[in-house]
Design a protein around this ligand. Structure first.
Ligand code: ADP
Ligand code: MG
Length: 391
């Protein structure tokens, strides 16, 4: 057996690129299994830096820092979607097992590459992207088919939580919208009539084993995820099977080791389109922490350590409610929300990310409600009420 295929065992260091909440929850999962964690993030007080065993405080392109990380860690993964491909390649060249590698991550980082990928494998996956075209130059503006309007103009890079996108109702508004983004490369996508939104979380091990979690149904408010419900209440069994099949095909075609999330739209007529790929655990997969046998973060640990993947079985129905900085503001003043009112509720499991400064729209934590569907629904509604969540 090749040397590469031996597992990285507990007691060793795992590395994580990016120090946000996803890295923090990854670190908790890794440490619970006896691993040590080294995080690379320029921020001196990042959520992950607070809990990791070592924090290399440097930029992602700092070769000295990458060499230090490579000397400590046998295996590195990423929690930060926009980590430069070169960082992953440099670490690989330094002899580190990098999972996922830059080829998979860079496709998900660029909407043009992502949509092309989804279109290329549409037949095999059984689901493709919404109709779109690429806008790279002024001349492209006149080539856009009328059928794409009303559309959504999205920057190819760096979009998240609804940022970097704008609705364009008519062809004559397009050039102004594109100028508004500084004429960077964009895709114009047809605005679809969504019945609801779902996401599929899948994991692939180094040995090509692929497992899927149950499909989750998502509600966004102001472009930010608000709740995730599992099992997805509006999805038929046939649709779920089709979506899981597509997500598994996607992770294999990307030759991707790790945890990956694919967002899908279910349209009014029942048709399904693939929206985007996140090359890491995802906000809509947080419910797995309390509702599944293996959380998405433990799965990330297992995949990067070349250990067997864990069961993705859902033990009980669940709703995840995101907590934004808005919840900390009462009459313009910052105060700690009344967690005691939430924690009274039997199904509630509170997760906070250790961010000291609440800001409106900033993800501060989430609550996973786990239990019987009706109990979970009631506890979520009650929490929205006691926390004054008005979205
Ligand atoms: P982000 O990277 O911000 O998550 P998305 O492409 O997922 O960007 O878009 C954010 C949200 O905007 C989606 O979850 C969906 O609600 C809405 N949206 C995006 N694209 C479309 C579309 N083509 N048609 C209808 N709604 C869309
Ligand atoms: Mg999205």
């Amino acid at each position: 057996m090749s040397k590469l295929l031996k597992p990285v065992l507990p007691g060793s260091y795992l590395g994580i690129l990016g120090g946000g909440q996803l890295g923090r929850m990854f670190t908790h999962a890794a440490q619970a299994m006896g691993f040590k964690v080294c995080v690379l993030d320029p921020d001196p007080s990042s959520p992950t830096g607070q809990v990791a065993d070592q924090h290399i405080q440097a930029n992602y392109d700092d070769l000295v820092a990458l060499k230090k990380m490579a000397a400590i860690c046998q295996s590195v993964s990423t929690e930060f979607e926009n980590v430069p491909a070169k960082t992953l390649d440099d670490l690989e060249a330094l002899g580190v097992y990098v999972a996922p590698t830059s080829s998979g991550v860079s496709i998900a980082q660029n909407r043009v590459a992502e949509k092309e990928f989804l279109k290329t494998w549409q037949k095999e996956a059984g689901i493709g992207p919404a109709p779109y075209c690429v806008i790279e130059s002024v001349s492209d503006l006149n080539k856009v088919p009328e059928s794409l309007f009303p559309g959504i103009l999205k920057t190819a890079r760096m979009g998240y939580d609804g940022k970097g996108q704008v609705t364009v109702h008519h062809p004559h508004e397009l050039s102004q919208a594109w100028n508004g983004f500084g004429q960077v490369v964009c895709v114009l996508e047809k605005r679809m009539n969504l019945a609801f939104e779902v996401s599929a979380l899948v994991a692939r091990g180094h040995d090509d084993e692929v497992l899927a979690y149950p499909v989750a149904q998502n509600v966004h408010k102001n472009g930010i995820l608000h709740t995730t419900t599992v099992p997805a209440p509006s999805l038929s069994a046939t649709q779920e099977e089709k979506i899981i099949g597509a997500a598994k095909e996607i992770i294999r075609r990307l030759n991707y080791v790790g945890v990956l999330c694919v967002e899908f739209f279910v349209l009014d007529g029942g048709e399904i389109v693939a929206n985007e790929i996140a090359p890491r655990p995802h906000n809509s997969g947080h419910y797995t922490q309390n509702a599944c046998i293996t959380s998405q973060f433990e799965q990330q640990v297992r995949a990067m350590a070349r250990l067997p993947l864990g069961s993705t079985e859902l033990v009980k129905p669940s709703i995840m409610l995101n907590l934004l900085g808005d919840e900390w503001f009462v009459n313009g003043q910052v105060s700690e929300p009344a967690w005691q009112e939430v924690l009274k509720l039997t199904p509630a499991k509170l997760h906070l990310y250790g961010k000291s400064e609440p800001r409106k729209g900033r993800k501060m934590g989430h609550i996973n409600f786990v239990g019987q569907s009706d109990e979970v629904q009631m506890a979520c509604e009650k929490s929205i009420q006691v926390l004054n969540i008005a979205r």
